[in-house]
Design a protein. Structure first.
Length: 372
């Protein structure tokens, strides 16, 4: 179980560890892992384009058959993979030139995926700066689900009933995540006061959000077309949301006012997902969330190479480095959400609290064994 750390219990001061991240960065730079890897991204882009072409070919040639729902699943997965490319470009991972990254992410994100890259950057950058920090990370702000103990005390009726079972509702609710992304894309472009290239982004998003359903319905008709779009959106929501959720949900929460240095803030609030290269492809490199948060501009192809360096450094500094498999991560998330929904809160049952007090973690909280 992971809960918040009360500031009064923390004797930790960030100034004691300010050099740690600098020393880790020097090791990583010496290993030559911070350079761009344009070739790997171009290969990914070409492969993805070929797969999209094949998916459209199937859509247009299979005819009115329920096998088209399998094609819908394929589109859901491909849109998620495209989102990973846009995510990496937004982090300046693809090109050395910032403008090229910006335009690559804008075209992929808006035109292919159907989300506003301007909205995504604003939201995602806040998350990276303050992961799992109460009041600063929008990813843990209360909504249909509540991630912070005490945030749901006033919920009654259906929302109160749902809250008490929110862990079990987590995966089904992810199927609606695509609707949220598409809605926020349009709403943010219309209501935000300052948006760079607003008209261009809005045009690209509308082409994607209106154009793709129009093609599907014109080919399959309204009935099968609606079923196709429902499956595609659900798969996209589950694969997209399911790639981000295992990395932070159920990990330590940092309350406002507590000082935690950059290295520990990123490592203690993140978990890696094991599973080898197949998991790495399926999650677009986000399975190595600790390394991604420590070096957000590092090409995702290099994250696996830097992982041993980070693990060794964390072992030297006594920083808990958490890894688990995908199923176990979801078990933790579901249990955590259910306990939060039931009002459970124990500030001493928290990985970050143990780190700050210098106490060992209970076995249930530990990640994979650290190298000696």
């Amino acid at each position: 179980m992971t809960t918040t750390v009360e500031p009064s219990t923390a004797t930790y001061r960030a100034a004691d560890h300010t050099r740690d991240y600098f020393e880790l960065s020097e090791r990583v730079k010496a290993a030559g892992l911070m350079g761009r890897n344009v070739r790997s991204y171009m290969v990914r882009t070409v492969v993805l384009a070929v797969l999209f072409a094949g998916a459209f070919a199937l859509l247009l040639t299979l005819g009115s058959t329920w096998w088209q729902l399998a094609v819908a699943v394929l589109f859901g997965v491909l849109f998620t993979q495209a989102a990973f490319l846009g995510h990496d470009a937004a982090h300046q991972q693809v090109f050395a030139n910032g403008r090229r990254n910006e335009w690559f992410s804008r075209i992929i994100g808006n035109l292919v995926v159907g989300l506003s890259i301007a909205w995504w950057n604003r939201k995602h950058n806040k998350h990276h700066a303050h992961p799992n920090t109460i009041g600063r990370d929008g990813d843990i702000a209360p909504g249909w689900l509540v991630f912070i103990p005490g945030d749901a005390q006033d919920r009654t009726g259906f929302m109160g009933w749902l809250l008490r079972r929110q862990g079990y509702a987590f995966v089904p609710l992810l199927s609606l995540f695509a609707f949220v992304l598409h809605y926020e894309a349009i709403a943010s472009l219309l209501r935000q006061k300052k948006v760079k290239h607003r008209a261009f982004e809005l045009a690209l998003v509308l082409i994607r959000i209106i154009g793709f359903p129009a093609i599907v319905i014109s080919v399959l008709g309204p009935g099968l077309g609606a079923a196709f779009l429902g499956v595609q959106l659900a798969v996209f929501g589950i694969t997209m949301g399911g790639s981000f959720a295992p990395n932070h949900k159920g990990m330590a929460l940092i309350p406002q006012g507590i000082e935690v240095d950059f290295l520990r803030r990123q490592v203690l609030t993140s978990r890696n997902i094991t599973g080898g290269r197949l998991m790495n492809i399926a999650m677009g490199g986000l399975d190595l969330q600790i390394e991604h948060h420590l070096f957000p501009r590092m090409p995702s192809a290099n994250l696996r190479k830097v992982r041993p360096i980070v693990k060794e450094f964390c072992a030297e500094r006594g920083i808990v480095y958490t890894e688990t498999n995908l199923i176990s991560s979801y078990k933790v998330i579901i249990s955590y959400l259910n306990k939060v929904g039931l009002g459970y809160a124990d500030p001493f049952d928290c990985p970050l609290a143990s780190q700050l007090r210098g106490a060992p973690l209970p076995a249930s909280q530990r990640g994979a064994p650290l190298p000696s």
